[in-house]
Design a protein. Structure first.
Lengths: 276, 526
């Protein structure tokens, strides 16, 4: 650092982080925020200082720009981390907790995958993704169908074992769950796949990652730049690392692998996934 | 002679469950081979399971407390419901719940004409709810069946299936479609090439009409219609996929081929069905017998419906091509990859879907933790705490589940005698040494507890005819036995005979061949 750090700088750095903690605030709506972001972009010393404060708090500075504002990610076991268990906690009794957790997790993965269908879309800073409950659900169901076709083609042992339900494949779990059901008072039942995805979308909207589009488009959401950064810089990598740890290595075409599969076409060997 | 069994397996044709070996057992002396697992077994078990929910309806109807359900044949109504949903299935949607109930009503009414309309509606709705299996999270059914694993051990597997599926239309309305399983149960053996099955059915239909067998012809026509529906359903799925996905579908060959094929098919069927229609319209107009005339008229209806469906399919096919081009134009293609990033769908979503549930928890939790953003830790402040505590709870509509309707069972009768009383009574009746008179037992019991004599008296009465068979089966070696020798009972509370109560040993019966009762009587009298 070229010049000594003053107390004022530390206050400014911490303030910048505090502004970044507000999910829906963007620099163009707040003069102080815009000034601080500009300073962080231009002044490397200030940026390093801010990163240091963030690290101490249990945060990772993922990006600073006028478009995204400050994007922060939680470090492992940070107090700022969203607890998955809290999120997936359900009021329903008798249903197996681990199944619910996986379904909720799949919903988040599906939303990200549909919002950024190609690797390019995730890399391109100006790309705005669109996603709806229906799209996400349909895409996952089609992926499930593809895996089912593949399992049939490989003549793997079929239905899950009665005494080892935790060995059931996720795609079976997902395709077994109804997409929607009618409750007595006409709401969408939250245990259905669309209910689960809808909850995830509303949650991400509250987190400032998605914006609901006009009612004309139905329940369609568009992504904010923050979401793109969050998925690209942090989430995708962490989940990928977990998969690597499980020994799941996947090779895909650089143009992306979101494909639809017609039910009868058996020539779907696009190599987009390989089971462990 | 003991035969030693050994397991072996060879690769044989595959079955539905994907188990690709046929398990057989050979005896060591090579005398016989017993096939334990043939490839059709799992398939047949699954087919059998599909009918279980229908049988279950009739088994459970007696438990309905809001009507006398004996008048209704629930399985029949259920089949009718599946029929109605199947017939209502076309491209965009199936039938909604109310629609199906409405279609079912005449049928329900015919079974119990005397009952009032509200009950008919309720019965129809009950059957429909049960076919959807409202109340279970998966809204489906589950069957268990066994297969043999790679090492020859018996494995129990679960198979989930549904009969009626609830789906949501683009407008957000919920409607019903019959599942493949349901259509297979309904029509049977549809696990074949749709097109060839349809051609076969129509050849059969033409033959039957020529030979004038209208009732068979109607059956064949109905089957042809179900096949048409199934064919349309297959195509609908393909087209939906085509319409949504622009980038990756083989627009050069696969899709045009598909559309061409479908159009050729429609042209053939259209010609064929029009010929049949002309033929049976003539039969209808010329028929003298009213039954025959009505049958012919119904056939005309069915074939017209088939033609309508084909027209609809054709319109949809043409529209699909346009939608496809439109989507292609609309889509903006970006340049080549700018940075190496993760392909979310191919690298993350699909591999996770392929994992076992237990393994998948870690990756999805990692993704959620990083993609869900931050939570702000809340620090309580005393000044706000009071306000917060007084705030009424927020209405969290979307988080709550539907309230399940509890099945109420009447409470069991309260216990008349306490555990202590039972224990005391059995202590009194532990008469291994010498039999005693009931009067003495009652008097002793009265000293301990005023209610105890009642229990002792009841137990003694029960012991006049003890369940020896049960005691032997359960491995007991003695029973309590009471014998009436004619002495009258002298007691302030009870009257009758002063029974002689003693304990009789069992066991002699097994070894000696005497009946248990003989052995008992001998000992008790002695």
């Amino acid at each position: 650092m070229s010049e000594p750090v003053s107390m004022g700088d530390v206050v400014d750095g911490a303030r910048l982080l505090a502004l970044g903690l507000r999910p829906k605030l963007i620099p163009s709506r707040d003069l102080i925020y815009a000034d601080l972001v500009k300073r962080a972009v231009e002044d490397d010393t200030f940026r390093e200082l801010t990163e240091a404060i963030a690290e101490g708090l249990g945060l990772t500075l993922l990006a600073v720009s006028a478009r995204t504002g400050v994007v922060l990610g939680p470090t492992e076991d940070s107090v700022f981390e969203q607890k998955f268990d809290d999120y997936a906690r359900r009021s329903m009794t008798g249903e197996r907790r681990d199944l619910e957790r996986v379904l909720h997790g799949i919903a988040h993965l599906a939303i990200a995958a549909l919002a950024f269908p190609r690797p390019d879309d995730l890399a391109n800073d100006t790309y705005v993704g669109r996603v709806s409950v229906e799209q996400a659900d349909t895409a996952v169901r089609e992926a499930c169908m593809m895996l089912a076709t593949r399992a049939t083609a490989a003549e793997e042992a079929g239905d899950p074992l009665d005494d080892a339900p935790e060995l059931e494949h996720v795609w079976r779990l997902y395709s077994r769950r109804p997409e929607t059901t009618l409750t007595k008072d006409g709401r969408v039942a939250p245990s259905t796949t669309r209910g689960v995805i809808g909850k995830a979308l509303r949650f991400l909207m509250d987190q400032g990652f998605l914006v609901k589009m006009s009612d004309v488009d139905g329940d369609t959401y568009r992504t904010t730049p923050r979401y793109q950064v969050q998925v690209r810089e942090l989430a995708a990598g962490r989940a990928f690392a977990e998969l690597l740890a499980l020994g799941v290595v996947t090779v895909t075409d650089p143009s992306g692998s979101l494909r639809t599969v017609s039910p009868t076409a058996s020539s779907t060997a696009d190599g987009s996934a390989s089971d462990a | 002679m003991r035969k030693v069994a050994s397991f072996g397996y060879s690769t044989f044709a595959s079955n539905v469950s994907g188990t690709r070996y046929r398990q057989y057992m050979t005896f060591a002396d090579g005398s016989s081979v017993i096939t334990l697992h043939d490839e059709g077994l799992a398939r047949r078990l699954k087919a059998l399971a599909c009918t279980a929910p229908l049988h279950d309806l009739d088994a459970r109807k007696v438990r309905l407390d809001w009507c006398d359900a004996n008048a209704y044949q629930m399985a029949e109504i259920a089949l009718q419901a599946i029929d109605q949903v199947t017939i209502a299935m076309d491209f965009d949607r199936g039938a909604d719940h109310e629609d199906v109930v409405k279609r079912l009503l005449p049928f329900v009414e015919a079974q119990a004409p005397g009952r009032d309309g509200a009950e008919h509606v309720r019965v129809a709705r009950w059957v429909l709810d049960n076919l959807i299996n409202v109340g279970s999270t998966d809204r489906g059914f589950r069957a268990l069946y066994g297969t043999f694993g790679a090492t020859g051990e018996y494995q129990r597997r679960v198979w989930d299936f549904r009969l009626l599926v609830e789906l949501v239309s683009p407008e957000g309305e919920i409607y019903l479609r019959a599942s493949d399983e349901a259509i297979n149960v309904l029509v049977g053996a549809l696990d074949t090439d749709v097109e060839s099955a349809q051609i076969a059915a129509e050849v059969k239909l033409e033959n039957l009409i020529k030979r004038g067998r209208l009732s068979d012809a109607q059956l064949a026509a109905q089957q042809a219609r179900y096949r048409t529906v199934q064919y349309a359903e297959t195509l609908r799925r393909k087209l939906e996929a085509t319409r949504r996905d622009v980038r990756s579908v083989d627009w050069e060959r696969e899709v045009p081929d598909l559309i061409d094929e479908a159009l050729t098919h429609i042209a053939d069927r259209y010609r064929c069905e029009n010929a049949i229609l002309t033929n049976i319209t003539e039969t209808r107009d010329e028929a003298e017998d009213p039954v025959r005339k009505r049958r012919a008229a119904e056939l005309v209806e069915i074939v017209s419906d088939c033609i309508r469906r084909h027209t609809q399919l054709q319109a949809r096919l043409q529209e699909a091509g346009r939608t496809f081009r439109f989507e292609q134009d609309r889509q903006q293609f970006s340049g080549h990859a700018q940075r190496a990033t993760v392909d979310l769908f191919g690298h993350l979503l699909v591999p996770v879907l392929g994992l076992a549930v237990a393994q998948a928890t870690l990756p999805v939790a990692a993704f959620f933790g990083a993609a869900a953003g931050l939570t702000q830790p809340r620090l309580p402040r005393l000044t706000r705490l009071v306000d917060q505590l007084l705030t009424p709870p927020q209405d969290r509509d979307h988080l709550l589940d539907e309230v399940p309707e509890p099945e109420l069972a009447p409470l069991p009768d309260p216990e008349v005698f306490s555990d202590d009383q039972w224990q005391q009574a059995w202590e009194f009746l532990d008469l291994t040494e010498v039999p005693r008179r009931l009067s003495g037992l009652l008097a002793d019991a009265r000293l301990l507890d005023p209610d105890l004599p009642w229990l002792v008296a009841l137990l003694a009465l029960h012991a006049i005819s003890p369940e020896i068979g049960v005691a032997v089966r359960q491995g007991g070696d003695q029973v309590l036995l009471a014998v009436d020798d004619g002495t009258p009972l002298d007691d302030p509370e009870f009257g009758g005979s002063d029974l002689l109560v003693g304990v009789a040993r069992l066991g002699a019966a097994e070894s000696s061949g005497f009946s248990a009762e003989d052995a008992l009587r001998g000992e008790a009298v002695a």
